[in-house]
Design a binder for this molecule. Structure first.
Ligand SMILES: Nc1ncnc2c1ncn2[C@@H]1O[C@H](COP(=O)(O)OP(=O)(O)OP(=O)(O)O)[C@@H](O)[C@H]1O
Ligand SMILES: O=C(O)C1=C[C@@H](O)[C@@H](O)[C@H](O)C1
Ligand SMILES: [Mg+2]
Length: 179
């Protein structure tokens, strides 16, 4: 069984908006029969406001503060699958929490694919009122090194189905599992 997983029994998913953290995280948690947590959703529940509204009222800096507190709290738990916010890796303390407390999986897809997946999305304030392709490219260039630096495993979600990705991660946790 993978050492990073065994110590805390946690899986943390990182990657850009639309890459599949929530979709894959839910299915992975169901397969492992453990709770699924979504950092963005936990922040919304705690605050009583959508991510978009938090950005509007408190700015990105206000959101990042709430996110750092939430990442510290959630990664302190054991036995969860956590979908992090796309920008969580920007903060060095978040990166330490993720690296030290679970198996970190970087989900990856091309900008082209992410554009398609986020085309009709709401509640992604960083893609509003902007050229989404340019914005995603900038975010990718800025964040890819951070995603890579925290990741124990990188998985392509563009050329594999959700089911295949889940199976791949499960195998990595426990290679002896017959899936
Ligand atoms: N192979 C795949 N893996 C993951 N998602 C896929 C795949 N193929 C298609 N999708 C679709 O892509 C979308 C991914 O969105 P999802 O909300 O899971 O991403 P996210 O990483 O959580 O984004 P955000 O950071 O904005 O919360 C979903 O609509 C999902 O059905
Ligand atoms: O990529 C980002 O910076 C973000 C991604 C979302 O998950 C949310 O956390 C928020 O919209 C910011
Ligand atoms: Mg999500």
């Amino acid at each position: 069984m993978s050492a990073e997983f065994k110590q805390h029994n946690n899986i943390f998913l990182v990657g850009l908006m639309g890459v599949g953290k929530t979709t894959i995280g839910r299915q992975l948690a169901a397969a492992l029969e453990v709770p699924f947590k979504d950092s963005d959703k936990e922040i919304e529940e705690r605050t009583g406001a959508s991510v978009s509204l938090i950005f509007e009222v408190e700015g990105e800096a206000g959101f990042r503060k709430r996110e750092a507190a939430m990442i510290a709290e959630l990664t302190a738990q054991k036995g969860i699958v956590l979908a992090t916010g796309g920008g969580a890796v920007l903060n060095p303390e978040n990166r330490n929490c993720l690296q030290d407390r679970g198996l970190v999986v970087y989900l990856h897809a091309s900008i082209e694919e992410l554009l398609k997946r986020t085309a009709h999305s709401r509640n992604r304030p960083l893609l509003e009122n902007t050229n989404p392709r340019e914005r995603l490219e900038t975010l990718f260039n800025e964040r890819h090194p951070f995603y890579k630096s925290v990741a124990d495993l990188v998985v392509d979600t563009e050329h594999h189905t959700v089911k295949q990705v889940v199976k791949f991660i499960l195998k990595r946790i426990d290679p002896t599992q017959d899936l």
